[in-house]
Design a protein around this ligand. Structure first.
Ligand SMILES: [Mn+2]
Length: 325
């Protein structure tokens, strides 16, 4: 698969590199690293993300300013990074399929294998690690810019090696990326010591307003549009809010219900030990990883969504527990 994926990229002339909507560091790191490498090959490559406002925090990533929110006239290969389902790209799969070969590079447990070529390695620390393995196994030379992208995506997706599917090979790969020029201190500063005041205010609000249910095992956070307005926070500032609640010692499952501008909801789930949260997300049309997953809902009341999730939690380990990998 590593070879097939790279061959498909190599044989294309116009390559579209796609990251998921409301991008994180893993999806951008993966697409930007491959973009950087393709720059040297003389091929036409193009970075696309359907989100109009990209997270400011990730501006430090090389080629960030080259990401566009509109599609080029033609492309014959689409590389989709870190997307469990194709609709995460914000593109229409039927339209794309006629035009181009789809190469799916991902690490989500719930990936639907939507690609013509599916390089889906799960469990795995990050999509960036999957991309790195692909490049390495095909003997591709990495620049320090590409190494920085892959390093950043991996530290971010693993919470700086605190969770996710890591093994010794992850650390060996990270060591190689540092040798190639990734700067761990610089990247840490960009990702961690860069909290806008509004995000800090939002954290303050959440730490006062969250609920603890089920003997402290469930932590629940509601964020409404008015909470964002009041604190001045943007949608991207909600990204790591759920971790505040997950980190409470008694909490086994953390839930964040975020009201979107259009009145629909985005639900984020985290678990700590033996609950496979990706199965709950999948049940409601979403997806993710063992300890980190999410879905979207057009229900009208956030409280009803919370109740629906609590019902699943109550089915508990019997239905959703598996041996953690
Ligand atoms: Mn990821």
């Amino acid at each position: 698969m590593f070879e097939a994926a790279w061959k498909a990229i190599e044989k294309a002339r116009n390559i579209l590199l796609v990251s998921h909507v409301n991008p994180d560091c893993d999806t951008l790191g993966c697409s930007l690293a491959i973009y950087d490498i393709l720059q040297k090959t003389g091929k036409n490559s193009y970075l696309f993300n359907a989100t109009s406002e990209l997270p400011r925090k990730l501006r430090f990533l090389p080629h960030f300013d080259e990401i566009r929110s509109f599609l080029p006239a033609k492309f014959d290969a689409v590389v989709v990074c870190d997307c469990a389902r194709f609709d995460r790209t914000g593109m229409d799969i039927a339209a794309v399929r006629n035009e181009a070969e789809i190469i799916n590079i991902d690490h989500h447990l719930t990936n639907s294998n939507f690609g013509d070529i599916n390089l889906v390695i799960s469990p795995n620390a990050s999509a960036c690690m999957v991309a790195y393995e692909m490049l390495k196994q095909n003997g591709v030379e990495l620049t320090s810019k590409a190494a920085s992208c892959l390093y950043a995506g991996t530290v971010d997706d693993t919470g700086f090696f605190a969770y996710g599917a890591m093994d010794a090979s992850t650390f060996a790969n990270m060591s190689e990326l540092v040798t190639l020029g990734a700067d761990p201190v610089f990247i840490s500063k960009q990702l961690k010591q860069s909290v806008p005041l509004a995000r800090f205010r939002l954290r303050e609000y959440v730490s006062k307003s969250f609920d603890l249910l089920r003997n402290g095992m469930v932590g629940l956070v509601f964020i409404r549009q008015e909470d964002l307005k009041r604190t001045g926070a943007k949608r991207e500032d909600t990204e790591d809010i759920i971790n505040l609640v997950r980190d409470i010692v008694s909490v086994e499952m953390a839930v964040m219900i975020l009201e979107e501008e259009d009145g629909s909801f985005k639900i984020s789930l985290r678990s700590k030990n033996s609950l496979d949260i990706s199965k709950i997300a999948l049940k409601f049309g979403g997806g993710g990883h063992f300890g980190s997953a999410g879905f979207e809902s057009s229900m009208t009341r956030a409280e009803d969504i919370a109740q629906m999730i609590l019902n699943e939690f109550d089915k508990g380990i019997k239905e959703y527990g598996t041996q953690k990998q």
